[in-house]
Design a protein around this ligand. Structure first.
Ligand code: JHZ
Ligand code: ZN
Length: 418
């Protein structure tokens, strides 16, 4: 069901250095049904490595994509309003800056439930979604967005262009890290992209991951953790170049890449490359203290939960996010630490968190149960969730925010809990 690499996923170099081991954990999005609870749950090793040749950070384990992104894949982008708004603004900007109209085609790779393409579709611009997961793809089709239920690949791009379909804009949010065949994926973008077209891709930024100790964003779906340095090489080697890179606050810190046909990165991108070089992102030393900082965070989280439980406090979780699976299981949080987890995604209700088996309910349960503390597993939506839960806070509830360091937020104060 999984393979272990000993060569880099981007440059095929053999100099992989281990950076962090997260032990053996279940698959992040494999929420358990009631029937699953009595069956053994598979766990997989999870190890992060750094390529000494091209500086790409990656995990060593490759779980088959059909296992990770099968019909039970529960992620529907539209349950997170701030994310939907972030993407709407990106779409509006692209429509204006590229003067998109009925004669243009926008293709999105990993189009999920149509959360992004709907912005183009509603303006009469032709769209094509590509996503292998049936549930979200059906939701996109219900909005009128044609969706190919397939993984994107070089071959798929060839087939589309043989039919005369070339893209003016290619979109891909949080998909590049999921791709095992990076070379095929990037070659596919080059094939499908019209001359003069642009691919706009967002991915979590490894610099934010390391600097803010976001180890929980490491899970088997995420094979790679990108720097601009590693990406620049990935695209240049395949006849594409970065014309702009923007840093974004989403998912704990991401980058948006603007990619076009060509052979020279823009001056703006060169400045970011210089900045990364000055930080040493291309050298192993940048990653050396990470594992130690992760274990301090993990220990302080478990110590806090032990302390609260010993004092008879009730504790719930907010956000059955994929990253919650890593946070809980890799840190050694135990099922007796958490009473329940809440999430807005109705497809996760009635299910249980991988590993800990904590039951998942709708957020309304926070007010009926009034747990003393809520561990914010979806900490990347901290502001939005805390705003939504003002009632819970005003009744004396408190949030535990685990990343970048464990702290307690009671609405008035934000204090370290270490
Ligand atoms: P969220 C996702 O991971 C999906 P996850 C994917 N694995 C990926 O690559 C990364 O992002 C980058 C819920 N929620 O989006 C919705 C509320 O309940 O941070 C989600 O279940 N109420 C493809 O799963 C979860 O929290 C709210 O108000 O780690 C958030 O998950 C909001 C805002 C969210 O990503
Ligand atoms: Zn490499």
């Amino acid at each position: 069901m999984f393979q272990t690499i000993d060569h880099c996923r981007s440059c095929d170099g053999a100099t992989l250095h281990d950076v962090l081991s997260l032990g053996e954990v279940p698959l992040a999005d494999k929420f358990l049904s009631a029937a699953d609870l009595s069956r053994p749950e598979p766990v997989f090793p999870l190890n992060v490595a750094f390529c000494g040749d091209c500086s790409l950070v990656q995990i060593r384990e490759t779980v088959e994509p059909d296992v990770l992104f099968g019909s039970d894949y529960p992620y529907f982008s539209s349950f997170s309003p701030a994310w939907v708004e972030h993407c709407r603004r990106n779409a509006e900007e692209l429509i204006a800056s590229r003067d998109l109209g009925a004669e243009h085609l926008v293709v999105e790779i990993a189009s999920n439930d149509g959360y992004m393409l709907r912005n183009f579709h509603d303006r009469g611009i032709a769209t094509l979604g590509i996503d292998p997961v049936p549930g979200p793809a059906a939701a996109a089709e219900a909005l009128g967005i044609p969706t190919l239920r397939k993984f994107f690949s070089a071959e798929l791009a060839e087939n589309l262009t043989t039919e005369g379909r070339f893209a003016d804009v290619i979109l891909g949010n949080n998909v590049l890290a999921h791709v095992a065949d990076l070379s095929g994926f990037v070659n596919g973008i080059r094939t499908l992209l019209k001359p003069g077209g642009v691919a706009v891709i967002e991915a979590p930024y490894v610099r934010d991951l390391i600097d803010h100790c976001e180890f929980d964003t490491v899970y088997h779906e995420h094979l790679c953790y990108f720097s601009v340095t590693a990406l620049n090489r990935l695209f240049l080697d395949r006849g594409l170049c970065l014309t702009e890179v923007r840093r974004l606050p989403t998912h704990g810190g991401s980058i948006r890449l603007y990619i076009e046909h060509g052979t020279a990165p823009s001056d703006q991108v060169c400045r970011l490359l210089d900045e990364e070089a000055a930080l040493g992102i291309d050298s192993l030393s940048y990653y050396e203290s990470f594992a130690q900082r992760v274990s301090v965070l993990q220990e302080s989280l478990v110590a806090l939960l032990d302390r609260l439980r010993s004092a008879g406090k009730t504790v719930a979780g907010y956000g059955a996010a994929a990253k919650g699976t890593t946070l809980l299981n890799a840190s050694g949080v135990r099922s007796e630490h958490l009473d329940f987890i809440v999430d807005r995604n109705i497809y996760k209700h009635g299910h249980h968190m991988p590993g800990l088996k904590t039951p998942i309910f709708a957020p309304e349960r926070l007010l009926t149960e009034m747990p003393d503390y809520v561990l914010l597993l979806a900490w990347n939506f901290q502001e939005e969730i805390i705003r939504q839960q003002s009632e819970y806070l005003s009744q004396g509830g408190r949030f535990i925010v685990p990343v970048p360091e464990v702290r307690i937020v009671d609405g008035l104060r934000d204090q370290s809990a270490a």
